[in-house]
Design a protein around this ligand. Structure first.
Ligand SMILES: CC(C)(COP(=O)(O)OP(=O)(O)OC[C@H]1O[C@@H](n2cnc3c(N)ncnc32)[C@H](O)[C@@H]1OP(=O)(O)O)[C@@H](O)C(=O)NCCC(=O)NCCS
Length: 322
């Protein structure tokens, strides 16, 4: 078995490996599209951050490192995201994924990245490498509870419309994003290429809230059965953040056959009758200690304690999930 980074001519084989393992050999086209999109639309991609265990010409296992920056207490910190962790069934339990994860962690240390994050349910597996769960909360709002809330409101200043991510809209959304999302801990720092590549092509519906013809807020969502999942939200007027959100939800409830809407609690739209959902899918790991004001963040425990001290300040938009 050879442990190394992927070579350019092996990319197609690698997409196929990831798709067949994650899709369990079902829905191959869906999974191929997913992995190709997440590779080619990522402006920070680097083939030497894809680690593979190769058995002759066959890929037995892989781990991919995603390079990102996130907003953290008003600063930007470097992040190594771990994804595409997959071993073909016949090679499992031989330590392949563990070895590749160690290679990825060594690379993050060499590059002095601040933290690593990943999305997983296998907490014990990643726990062995120092990853710890960063609990997040979501709200689940049902149609009836929203209807009751709506009856007590009359405000309507703007107009909600479906929009596309044209260059012009993206420019305004980026301005809104910097105003709104940079106040939280966790949102990905985006450049124009990331907007035009990754953000534009992630599957979703996009809504805009217009005041006097000007885009004042936007929302991305996708539907999963009878549930609508809000992937991302941003508004330019921080003093009345609730109004566009309420109008967006009203628009979605009128147009979609949906029973519930799920969104991160951090966006601050808590209504009587909405349920709270705990989510333990995000894990973090401190890679290189860093300073925050006068405070040294020198362990994963300390990182988590800082992030959970103000739980409603942590956000990672669904659009950026890998
Ligand atoms: C998870 C996965 C990558 C592990 O690959 P692997 O090469 O067999 O991993 P290793 O041999 O290095 O380590 C296996 C360890 O993971 C644990 N593990 C593997 N699959 C597991 C599962 N489904 N549930 C719980 N633990 C699991 C094993 O118990 C083992 O732990 P041990 O070393 O303490 O005995 C592989 O099972 C896989 O590809 N699964 C399908 C895709 C997937 O779920 N990826 C993870 C997404 S977060």
């Amino acid at each position: 078995m050879e442990f190394r980074t992927l070579k350019e001519p092996e990319l197609e084989k690698w997409f196929y490996h990831c798709a067949s393992v994650f899709g369990d050999n079902q829905n191959l086209d869906y999974w191929l599209d997913y992995f190709k999109r997440h590779y080619f639309n990522d402006p920070f991609r680097d083939i030497s951050s894809i680690f593979v265990a190769a058995d002759g010409s066959s890929i037995a296992s892989t781990v991919r490192l995603f390079y990102r920056k996130i907003y953290f207490h008003g600063k930007e910190i470097t992040v190594g995201g771990i994804g595409e962790v997959s071993t073909k069934p016949e090679y499992r339990g031989m330590g392949l994924a563990s070895k590749l994860l160690c290679m990825a962690i060594d690379t993050m240390k060499e590059k002095k990245l601040s933290i690593s994050i990943l999305f997983a349910s296998l907490h014990n597996f990643y726990g062995k490498f120092g990853y710890k769960v960063l609990p997040r909360e979501f709200c689940l709002l049902d149609r009836d509870a929203f209807q009751k809330y709506l009856e007590s409101k009359t405000t309507q200043i703007g107009e909600v419309k479906e929009i596309n991510l044209s260059d012009n809209n993206i420019e305004i959304m980026d301005e809104i994003y910097k105003l709104y999302s940079a106040n939280f801990n966790g949102p990905v720092v985006r450049n124009r290429e990331y907007w035009l590549g990754w953000v534009k092509f992630e599957p979703k519906k996009c809504l805009g809230y217009f005041i006097d013809g000007k885009l004042a807020a936007y929302l991305f969502y996708r539907k999963n059965g009878k549930e609508v999942i809000i992937l991302e939200y941003g508004c330019s007027d921080l003093s009345s953040q609730e109004i566009p959100l309420m109008e967006f939800i009203k628009f979605i409830m009128e147009g979609e056959d949906a029973q519930t809407i799920k969104y991160p609690k951090a966006i601050g739209f808590e209504l009587t009758g909405s349920a709270e959902l705990k989510d333990n899918s995000l894990m973090v790991n401190l890679i290189t200690p860093f300073k925050l004001g006068g405070l040294l963040v020198d362990s994963t425990e300390r990182l988590i304690s800082i992030l959970t001290r103000e739980p409603d300040k942590f956000l990672f938009w669904g659009t950026d999930n890998f």
